[in-house]
Design a protein around this ligand. Structure first.
Ligand SMILES: Nc1nc2c(c(=O)[nH]1)N[C@H]1C(S)=C(S)[C@@H](COP(=O)(O)OP(=O)(O)OC[C@H]3O[C@@H](n4cnc5c(=O)[nH]c(N)nc54)[C@H](O)[C@@H]3O)O[C@H]1N2
Ligand SMILES: Nc1nc2c(c(=O)[nH]1)N[C@H]1C(S)=C(S)[C@@H](COP(=O)(O)OP(=O)(O)OC[C@H]3O[C@@H](n4cnc5c(=O)[nH]c(N)nc54)[C@H](O)[C@@H]3O)O[C@H]1N2
Ligand SMILES: [Mo]
Length: 765
């Protein structure tokens, strides 16, 4: 039994190297994976499939512990082929854990679901493509198909995928971004006219203050820790806002510093560490703005405001109208602490704000992000070295997917440019995001689901609803590297199409192919796999998409297969149809690739008004979406707010192991972090098994059982537990305003002791 007292005093260091080695040894391909790690993020190597953080491609090691896990997990000796599926029915597989499913190894041949036997059976690639084409062509409307994308797909594969969808006639491109940084895109587009971050990696060296909101980089972006450590050692002030005390943001030891590696020494990362209530960041930011406006007006940048922005007066009025009582109550922070953070912001000559899921997965995420921008605009902290906005993206190419047109609401300019060389007119109607796609599938309005990677069944909210929605599809096509829950959501017809991973050689007619990706700093660079493919029957994602398009649409308007034969041709097409990609093939020959121009970083504003815009919103009356507000009406009842987050041993729905080292958890995931005072109030003991029940006004029961209580340093009234285990608790209608993102960081729940029998169900493996 572990408890929070096992939490280490620093992150990184030797334990990190140890864990990397363990993972490599477990992969059953040790030599291969050691070679792999030396090629990660090198000029001639492959892009780390771990996260979207950028790198300068000059250092010795460009991988981290969790990147190594991602690489080793892909490059495993274990495989899943026809014999495996003959031995296990879908019904049997459905009883296994997510961990078990993926642990079976790499998928090696295309399979089709046979409803009569409840088994997947081998199918040839040609037959699989015919099946998809027949089904798509038989739909009454192109909008009855959903084309999901997860953020690992390359620029080449995702470009071709959206082109296929658009020629087919739909904008139904739900993607993982809808559950992730959607609010950042919406918020930034509205205020600065570009839905991406404005900084580059070098800005972290020039920054005098870095604010980190709702992000756990020690686990999810470990390479960012090097930038934070370096900044802190240069005297840059790092201010963290996090609901939990994440150890890496307190103290971090670089595995590359012998001193920090081998002794207890570590670098103090955060100059100030604030622990707001869940969803309390907007109020805290409002408090910072209030201090600067009312008590340090000399720190405003009137010239910047005047020249570049609109609506400052409205915003200033809204800030003045917000009282400190309200700010303190909603943020859960004392005025003095907020003022201390505001002083760092106001008195630093160059400030970067970073954020991730702790900001984007709430009802009022778009407004919170706009409040971050408001603060930067009023102090002129944009478009100069060391200053700007940095939504830290998740998946390694999620930003590139969007740039390539995986977007259910493409701009007119994007479509006009895309259709020009073909002399066609694409559908202008807004397509489905994840929320809308699941609703349409559930209602039987959408009939075909094609997923380019990911694991929608386990990633999406409201598990029962999502399962049912996916099962109702008449054809469920999953393009994947590993077996997962989404393959089991079948009742009619389904295909598993096995693809190559990032680390593998992609051989086409014209030779070994490069793919390209875009990191969180808008750097586009090439990636080349080097390993022998796990099976000759695995195809590249680009190849699979080209074949689907050729089978469905024919090749009279686009020669899909020729584009597939030589990705340089594909990139030549991207160069003429996607803004910013001129000379694409030549520019990826540069060692670090190239930077996509960012208008906002150059103080050019692509907003309708031609200015950066302040948004003067009120603090939300309630941070809960309407369907869960019942919780607030019942406030005298013991209701707590739950955030769902990642452990140190997982990649989204992929669970590598059962430890969460930095939070002191060993060998299990069915835990709920709780303030000891809340537990006392509810009469719960440490380690007691409890049920978590979601609060929602639709009368449906949503419950998970057998979670052990862990006393933890967490604000009263708040809870934390792991994703995806807690996804059953997020009601489908509980989404962010303007972003449609599931509110995975603010789930109102009731906590009750589990019935004794429930404990035995709590075993995960
Ligand atoms: N190893 C590894 N790397 C990954 C991933 C992975 O699963 N594993 N996933 C990738 C993906 S797709 C993404 S999107 C990113 C995710 O990266 P993160 O956003 O770091 O992921 P989460 O684990 O969801 O962590 C959310 C953090 O925000 C804090 N938080 C939650 N709610 C609030 C709040 O209301 N206010 C504040 N201030 N803090 C809050 C939590 O305590 C936690 O530290 O990582 C990417 N990289
Ligand atoms: N409750 C809760 N829910 C959440 C979140 C949360 O914080 N809390 N986070 C949300 C976020 S930020 C995200 S991004 C989504 C993630 O949603 P997804 O992106 O859909 O999920 P992943 O777990 O990243 O996908 C894992 C699967 O991808 C496949 N895969 C891996 N590599 C490749 C590859 O190279 N090619 C192909 N074709 N397939 C590959 C494997 O089969 C693996 O099973 O989940 C969201 N859901
Ligand atoms: Mo994400």
């Amino acid at each position: 039994m572990s408890s929070h007292t096992d939490k280490p005093s620093k992150a990184g260091g030797f334990s990190s190297l140890q864990s990397t080695l363990k993972q490599v040894l477990r992969s059953q391909k040790t030599r291969q994976n050691i070679k792999n790690l030396l090629r990660v993020n090198q000029t001639d190597g492959f892009d780390c499939p771990g996260c979207a953080w950028g790198d300068n491609k000059q250092g010795a090691f460009q991988f981290c512990e969790n990147g190594a896990k991602a690489v080793a997990w892909e490059s495993t000796g274990k495989t899943v082929g026809a014999e495996f599926f003959a031995a296990h029915s879908v019904r049997q597989l459905a009883t296994q854990s997510d961990y078990w499913l993926e642990y079976q190894g790499r998928l090696t041949e295309p399979m089709r679901y046979n409803r009569a036997t409840d088994h997947y059976e081998p199918i040839s690639w040609d037959e699989a493509m015919m099946l998809i084409a027949d089904k798509l062509k038989g739909l009454a409307s192109p909008d009855e198909a959903e084309f999901y994308t997860s953020g690992r797909a390359s620029n080449e594969a995702s470009y071709l995928y959206q082109l296929m969808g658009r020629f087919f006639g739909t904008n139904n491109f739900p993607d993982c971004s809808n559950m992730c940084h959607e609010a950042s895109g919406v918020g930034l587009l509205g205020s600065v006219g570009v839905g991406k971050g404005t900084v580059v990696l070098d800005d972290f060296d020039a920054a005098k203050a870095i604010f980190v909101f709702g992000q756990n980089p020690g686990t999810n972006h470990p390479r960012m820790m090097n930038a934070l450590r370096k900044a802190a050692r240069h005297g840059c002030k790092i201010v963290t806002f996090n609901n939990l005390k994440e150890v890496a943001l307190e103290k971090f030891a670089s595995p590359q510093s012998p001193m920090e590696l081998l002794t207890p020494a570590a670098t103090t990362i955060s100059h100030q560490y604030l622990t707001p209530r869940l969803g309390g960041d907007m109020a805290a930011l409002r408090g910072m703005a209030k201090y600067i406006l009312e008590e340090a007006p000399q720190c405003l940048d009137p010239a910047f405001i005047e020249r570049h922005t609109l609506h400052f007066a409205d915003y200033a009025a809204a800030v003045k109208a917000t009282g400190w009582d309200e700010i303190e109550a909603q943020s859960g922070l004392a005025r003095a602490a907020i003022v201390q953070a505001a002083r760092v912001f106001a008195h630093s000559s160059a400030v970067i704000s970073c954020w991730a899921m702790g900001i984007t997965q709430h009802k009022h995420s778009v407004d919170t992000i706009r409040e971050i921008v408001n603060l930067h605009l009023m102090c002129g902290q944009l478009g100069k070295p060391g200053a700007g906005l940095c939504p830290v993206r998740g998946h390694s190419n999620v930003q590139g997917n969007r740039t390539m047109g995986i977007n259910e609401k493409p701009s007119e300019a994007f479509l006009a440019r895309l259709e020009r060389p073909f002399g066609v007119v694409f559908n202008r109607a807004r397509g489905h995001n994840v929320y809308e796609a699941l609703k349409a599938l559930h209602a039987g309005q959408s009939k075909v689901l094609i997923c380019l990677g990911g694991n929608l069944a386990a990633a999406a909210p409201d598990t029962d609803f999502t399962y049912e929605a996916m099962r109702r599809s008449e054809l469920n096509v999953q393009i994947s590297t590993k077996l997962n829950r989404s393959h089991l959501m079948v009742s009619h017809d389904a295909l598993i199409l096995p693809c190559l991973g990032r680390t593998e050689l992609d051989q086409q007619l014209a030779g070994v192919q490069k793919i390209t990706v875009e990191d969180t700093f808008s750097m586009v660079h090439a990636s080349t796999g080097m390993n022998e493919p796990v099976s000759p029957l695995c195809l590249s994602e680009t190849d699979i998409v080209a074949r689907m398009a050729h089978a469905t649409l024919g090749s009279s308007r686009v020669d899909w297969l020729a584009l597939r034969d030589d990705y340089r041709r594909l990139r030549d097409l991207i160069a003429v149809t996607i803004a910013g990609f001129e000379e694409f093939n030549a520019r990826i020959e540069q060692p670090c690739g190239f930077h996509l121009e960012n208008a906002a970083a150059q103080l050019r504003w692509n907003t309708p008004s031609g200015h950066a815009e302040f948004l003067a919103s009120r603090l939300p009356d309630s941070i809960l979406p309407a369907c869960t507000q019942e919780a607030e009406r019942l406030i005298d009842q013991p209701i707590l707010l739950l955030q769902s987050l990642r452990s140190h041993d997982q990649y989204n729905t992929t669970v590598y192991g059962m430890d969460d080292r930095y939070r002191g958890i060993k060998g299990r995931r069915n835990v709920v972090f709780m303030n000891a005072e809340d537990a006392r109030r509810l009469g719960l003991a440490e380690e007691q098994p409890v049920d978590l029940e979601a609060i929602c006004n639709d009368g449906r029961e949503r419950k998970v059982t057998g979670f052990n209580v862990i006393f933890y340093d967490i604000p009263q009234g708040n809870l934390a537990a792991y994703y995806p285990e807690t996804n059953p608790l997020v009601p489908i209608e509980s989404i962010g305003e303007g972003s449609f993102t599931p509110t995975s960081k603010s789930i109102p729940v009731r906590v009750t002791p589990s019935a004794p029998v429930a404990t035995s169900l709590a075993v995960n493996l």
